[in-house]
Design a protein around this ligand. Structure first.
Ligand code: ZN
Length: 579
């Protein structure tokens, strides 16, 4: 057995999922809960312990325990494997060279960032850090805040950090991989960050994995320079300040999303805990999932300028797509969140926060400022502008209420709004085959479950089922073919092995067959299902014979027709004996 299979065999998928989803038992082998991958009010997320598989019957998310950990934590297969093995006290195999090298490299990268952190902080407090300290003073950051956020400074010239890392014995290739140093075309290396205020970027556990550096000289470009992606830093999976904000997010049941490091620091220092920033990138689905693990409610507080508003607009659709409840916090006086907290004070920010608008009103305001709603062209344009957001509301009641409110808010005809809404919802439904009912016969369902969970039944039934011609007409025929193929290849039958051989539509059918009904199939049920399959086979063969008899008759081949007729009569007699 390979190591992954060993780990999978020793972890309890329900316990692992249960760390992120409140599960309740819904049968001897099954748990259910609210899906962590989309927003829902009634549970359609299923975890099946026998099949070691999870499936959401609404959004279609599905997989094994590794896939779950990869998706929910935004990590690679190898990282998920390692984390599960560690948590369950299963030692990683020594002989796996890849595993060894990978963890060694990651260990070195973390260590180099620790060294860099000490170095940058010492710089800030040295005479060389004077401009940086002056800048921080000007921005109104207290000493405690600078300490709390671990801010530092990279020197104006030289390759101090590079030399330091070399002295500590890190090979050049690893230093390059850390992103802390760059390599020129001639092969020589240099400190990536120079004359910059340094912001350590930490993962959800608080380990430093990268840096953001703000230029201190006016003519230094870019204004913000970030670490490149490295084996420990995948920027679309990282939110600045998450490790500090995650507890407050849970407690307050909301997150505040700002744009930059200084905003996150300033708002946090003003006494607001659940603040995160998507520094250096447009917001990504993975970042939204990181927030959603802690709360479904988010307040977007971007800069008041056009770029900020455009970024907010893009983020809203993404947030809705991920099922978040979105509000928009707008600040007056052209102040960004950091400046606002400093100039107007925490109380004023708090008031703005509590008064933040539902995203629809904010979007409607944007639309009104862009188009003239007194003209019918303007009204159509406004609706077009709002529709992408509307399409993402999954709750019908909510949709109707918003339609009504919105119509009066933008001053367009209510009927027109409702029509567009209905149309957009119809389009949405077409796109989702996952919601469709699956037409599975009862006997198929029983047989699939029996074949996957009871090897002794499978051994007996498979040769007979395989010989049945009518199997090709079963809705589940591709599932059964996959089972036949696995069995013929001498592989053990398992839900997962069968699942892996199927196209998405059949995977969905298999999930319906094996994950939804959660009672053990009894010997009587199996016998009845085999009986039913035999009758289907009998009928199928008779109708096939009848068809061929007709063909021979039409062709004038009476001899063959007669022979088949005799065969048909004997089948009929046999069928009567069966029923
Ligand atoms: Zn789902």
């Amino acid at each position: 057995m390979d190591f992954a299979a060993q780990v999978k065999g020793s972890v309890d998928i329900a316990a692992v999922v249960g760390e992120h989803v409140r599960l309740r038992r819904s049968g001897p082998h099954r748990y259910m809960g609210l899906c962590p991958f989309h927003q829902e009010k009634t549970a359609s997320f299923t975890v099946h312990v026998t099949h070691q598989f999870y499936k959401c019957f609404s959004c279609g998310a599905a997989g094994d325990v590794f896939k779950f950990v990869m998706e929910i934590e935004g990590i690679s297969f190898y990282e998920a494997l390692k984390s599960l093995a560690e948590r369950h006290g299963i030692p990683m195999p020594k002989r796996s060279q890849y595993a060894d090298e990978d963890s060694k490299l990651r260990g070195s990268l973390y260590a180099m960032h620790e060294i860099a952190q000490e170095h940058f902080r010492a710089n800030l407090n040295s005479p060389a850090g004077e401009t940086a300290r002056a800048y921080l003073l000007k921005r109104g950051l207290s000493r405690e805040t600078v300490e709390q956020f671990g801010l530092g400074f990279s020197e104006r010239s030289g390759n101090h950090l590079l030399r330091l890392l070399e002295q500590r014995g890190f090979p050049a290739a690893q230093i390059e991989q850390s992103g802390l140093a760059g390599r020129r075309e001639d092969g020589s290396m240099y400190d990536r960050f120079r004359n910059r205020l340094m912001f350590p970027i930490q993962d959800a556990q608080g380990k430093i994995i990268a840096y953001g550096g703000r230029a201190l000289a006016a003519d230094d470009n870019p204004k913000y320079l970030n670490s490149p992606e490295t084996p420990i830093y995948k920027k679309s999976y990282v939110l600045y300040n998450l490790h500090r904000a995650k507890e407050p997010m849970r407690k307050e049941d909301r997150a505040i999303l700002v744009e930059g490091y200084m905003d996150a620091i300033g708002v946090t220092a003003a006494g607001f805990g659940p603040v995160v920033a998507s520094c250096g990138t447009a917001l990504t689905p993975q970042q939204v999932k990181l927030v959603k693990q802690h709360t479904p409610r988010i307040v977007v507080n971007f800069d008041p300028d056009t770029a900020g508003a455009n970024a907010a607009e893009r983020s809203i659709n993404l947030l809705l797509e991920e099922g978040m409840q979105v509000r928009i916090l707008e600040l007056d006086g052209e102040l960004d969140p950091d400046e606002y907290c400093k100039e107007r004070g925490a109380e004023a920010y708090q008031q703005r926060l509590e008064g933040s608008k539902g995203y629809f009103y904010w979007l409607a305001d944007r639309a009104r400022s862009k188009y003239d709603v007194r003209t019918s062209e303007g009204q159509v344009a406004v609706l077009k502008f709002l529709m992408p957001a509307v399409q993402r509301i999954s709750d019908q009641m909510e949709r109707m209420v918003i339609a009504g409110d919105l119509a009066s808010y933008i001053g367009v005809d209510r009927g027109m709004v409702l029509d567009s809404f209905k149309k957009s919802v119809a389009e949405r439904k077409e796109a989702r085959f996952e919601r469709q009912e699956v037409a599975l016969r009862h006997d198929e369902r029983i047989l699939i479950n029996a074949l996957l969970t009871r090897p002794e039944v499978a051994a007996e039934a498979l040769p007979e089922l395989r010989a049945m011609e009518s199997v090709a007409t079963f809705p589940s025929h591709r599932i059964l073919q996959a089972i036949f193929a696995l069995d013929a290849g001498g592989s053990a039958l398992s839900f997962e092995a069968v699942h892996a051989r199927l196209e998405p539509e059949d995977q969905h059918m298999l999930a319906h067959a094996a994950l939804i009904e959660d009672t053990d199939v009894t010997a009587e049920e199996i016998a009845a299902a085999m009986g039913s399959a035999r009758r289907t086979e009998g009928e199928y063969r008779r109708s096939e014979l009848k068809r061929r008899v007709k063909e021979f008759e039409r062709a004038g081949n009476w001899q063959e027709a007669l022979r088949l007729m005799t065969e048909l009569q004997s089948l009929d007699r046999h069928a009567r004996g069966l029923t």
